[in-house]
Write a protein that binds this ligand. Structure first.
Ligand code: ADP
Ligand code: MG
Length: 699
């Protein structure tokens, strides 16, 4: 019997970031017990949840209080989902992934999962992961970013699954953590449109855990764990059906679960993400959702929407039961049936057609069943692993994803890479727009030229004149709009360049703080100089190009006016001529502007050269200084050595003199002792001759 379990919903409001705090941004969200309170439109709105967290609460605490029980259910064989729902910049990624110092729910979950597995030595586990991204209704594979088609399918035993999504087998904590981190990097850097990605992309990291008791029954249990990051996006403001569906679909489902549309059929099919997560919203899954909001006053509308939709989910009930994994049993049954049928067919001389067909079907079923065995999936996973490197390399992000980049400040490096990528995107948008504008300009000039020609020939009827003039005005209007767009993109580019400069300055200041990295610093400075030069050149070329086209367009406009007003008064003609003369005058002005830009360029280059020279001189000076110090030390050493040598020599001489003295003294003493001995002998002789006795002590 399925068990009825309500969807649990918690509120989470992040603290203000340091940047927001220093800018004096106002916070409009706070927590009180299990409620989140938000000020909006001069009123305070209150939302009750199963739990509420505001300000500086560590992810670890939220994990312990809310997610650990969910892990327990997963280990019992239930499907579970932990979902962060919120708009851009609310703090979803921080909650789910966290930082090194404050690991998020996913890393905590992964760590705990493997701890639990380590404590269950009587069980065998088979674990796979996949990582899906859904952006504007398109699915992509974050572990193995291929371009093959993917399809959402439903399997009678397994439930919803995605055909074509790589399922990678993992054997330990480290492998799983790595795949999660790497997929998250693909999510950031592999995105074709970073802005859209941040605002509208949903992601689902899926862990499948299958377990069975060692050397025991064939039936095991299986659990699908979804860790999802769902964007609430910038709803409205677009009519692109894919974008609307991608965001609205989720809102429709939440609304049907417990909001204004409660009781109606739940419209899972409205969007891709709701189909992927169908089981989490009203199906066979234990679901925990976090309504993630930013405290920033400017975001109060989005925060309100998030809290509103999340609270619709509170009253929804899911119906859950543990999933039995019967693959082994199914295979055994199929084998038995096949064997029986084969025997039957072999025994008859003319086997029935039906039996033969049935045998074919059974063999096919067996093949399908075998595909979901652990061994088969392990094989498939190896294939994905190989494809994966190629696909990452094709996207140009292999080193980044595998974390093979030059070490340094990783955070800044990542920010710089993201900025560069965004700038590349905007630059290509700019080039595209520029092309459109130039095309329109050209078309306009052509139309005007044609018109003047006909007008001169006097062949145009009134209606035709009107038609041509209208067409010209339409193009002009289009041109105006496109030029406006171009201007906006340009200002975006300028903002990005500014941000890039800030980041670069930070890197540079860190670099110069590093001791002993003169070579590195010089390298960076050189690269910087080349880059600035290149950008300046491109900018000047672009400006010149723009002036040229503007001048041409103005010229055609005047031409048009002249033609249009041929029949007008001489005064107007004179005025137009004055305008024309002014335009002509502008030419030298433009030339001057160009010259100024060139001068500016030269000045910049000179300045950079000077800075470079200063650094070089400084380095040279330091080198000389070091040499000087070395020389001084060397002299001191030589002096001391000479002094020591001298002292040693003196000591040696003293020693030799001492030795000589001692040896001659020794000789003297020996001679003395010899003569004494002789005297002694002589005295003995005289005593014996005298017939006396020697005292005993002398003998
Ligand atoms: P989202 O993924 O919803 O777009 P992010 O997770 O990227 O939002 O968070 C937006 C900003 O707020 C980031 O700069 C992030 O570092 C910061 N932030 C989010 N949550 C916290 C938190 N709990 N503590 C500190 N800073 C946070
Ligand atoms: Mg995010």
């Amino acid at each position: 019997m399925p068990e009825s379990v309500p969807i649990k919903v918690c509120g989470r409001c992040r603290p203000l970031t340091q940047e927001e705090a220093t800018k004096g941004v106002k916070s409009v969200v706070k927590s009180s017990g299990d409620k989140l309170l938000i000020e909006s439109g001069g009123k305070e709105h209150s939302f009750s949840f199963d739990g509420a967290y505001a300000n500086d609460v560590r992810n670890e605490q939220i994990y312990k209080e809310r997610c650990e029980p969910i892990l327990q259910r997963a280990l019992e064989g239930f499907n579970v989902s932990i979902i962060a729902l919120g708009s851009t910049n609310a703090g979803k990624t921080y909650l789910m992934s966290g930082t090194e110092g404050d690991p998020g729910i996913a890393p905590c979950f992964i760590r705990n999962l493997y701890q639990a597995i380590g404590e269950r030595s009587n069980k065998e586990f088979f674990i796979t992961v996949s990582y899906l991204e859904v952006l504007d209704e398109k699915m992509s594979d974050l572990l193995n970013p291929h371009v093959n088609q993917m399809k959402i399918r439903h399997h009678p035993h397994k439930g919803i699954f995605i055909e074509g999504l790589s399922e990678m087998v993992v054997h330990n904590w480290e492998e799983m953590s790595q795949l999660y981190e790497q997929g998250t990097r693909v999510r950031k850097m592999g995105a074709n449109d970073i802005r859209a990605n941040q605002a509208r992309a949903h992601s689902v990291f899926t862990i499948t855990v299958e377990q069975r008791t060692r050397q025991s029954s064939k039936v095991g249990v299986r659990s699908v764990i979804c860790l999802a990051d769902l964007a609430m996006g910038e709803a409205g403001g677009t009519s692109d059906t894919h974008i609307v569906a991608g965001l609205q679909g989720l809102m429709n489902v939440l609304s049907a679960l417990g909001g204004p549309k409660k009781g109606s059929n739940i419209p899972y099919r409205d969007s891709t993400i709701t189909r992927v997560l169908q089981d989490s919203f009203g199906g066979n899954t234990v679901t925990l959702m976090f309504a993630v909001v930013s405290p920033v006053d400017k975001a109060h509308k989005e925060s309100l929407t998030t809290l509103q939709y999340a609270s619709y989910a509170k009253s929804a009930k899911n119906h859950v039961k543990a999933n039995l994994d019967e693959t082994a049993e199914i295979i055994a049954d199929l084998r038995e049936e096949i064997a029986k049928l084969r025997d039957k067919i072999a025994a008859t001389s003319a086997p029935s057609r039906d039996d033969v067909h049935k045998l074919e079907d059974l063999v096919q079923d067996l093949q399908i069943a075998k595909m979901s065995t652990w061994a088969e999936r392990e094989k498939l996973s190896k294939k994905f692993e190989e494809e994966r490197k190629v696909n990452l390399a094709n996207k140009g992000i292999l080193d980044w994803v595998m974390d093979n980049m030059k070490k340094g400040n990783k955070e800044i490096q990542e920010k710089m890479l993201l900025l560069q990528k965004e700038k590349d995107q905007v630059t290509s948008q700019y080039t595209e727009k520029r092309r459109v504008v130039d095309g329109l300009n050209e078309e306009l000039q052509k139309k005007i030229a044609e018109y003047s020609k006909y007008q001169d020939s006097g062949k145009l009827t009134d209606s035709e004149t009107k038609k041509r003039v209208t067409a010209i005005h339409e193009i002009k209007e289009k041109l105006r709009k496109e030029s406006e767009g171009l201007k906006q993109i340009k200002s975006q580019l300028r903002d990005l360049a500014e941000k890039q400069k800030e980041e670069r300055d930070e890197v540079n200041s860190q670099m110069s703080a590093l001791k002993g990295s003169t070579e590195l610093r010089q390298q960076v400075e050189k690269e910087e100089r080349l880059r600035v030069e290149k950008e300046n050149r491109a900018m000047i070329a672009d400006e010149v190009e723009k002036m040229k086209t503007e001048l041409e367009t103005e010229k055609s406009h005047i031409q048009l006016k002249v033609t249009e007003n041929k029949s007008h008064s001489a005064q107007e003609v004179a005025q137009l001529e004055i305008q024309l003369a002014e335009m002509k005058l502008e030419k030298p002005v433009t030339t001057m502007k160009i010259q100024l830009l060139e001068q500016e360029k030269e000045r910049l280059i000179k300045e950079l050269d000077a800075v470079y020279q200063v650094h070089k001189d400084e380095l040279e000076f330091q080198r000389l200084h070091h040499l000087e110090t070395f020389r001084t030390y060397r002299e001191m050493f030589e002096e001391q050595k000479a002094a020591l040598d001298q002292r040693y020599r003196h000591l040696l001489e003293d020693a030799i003199q001492d030795a000589v003295f001692l040896s001659s003294r020794n000789n003297e003493l020996q001679e003395e002792s010899q003569s004494l001995r002789q005297q002694n002998a002589e005295m003995r002789d005289s005593i014996t001759k005298l017939g006396g006795r020697l005292p005993s002590q002398i003998a």
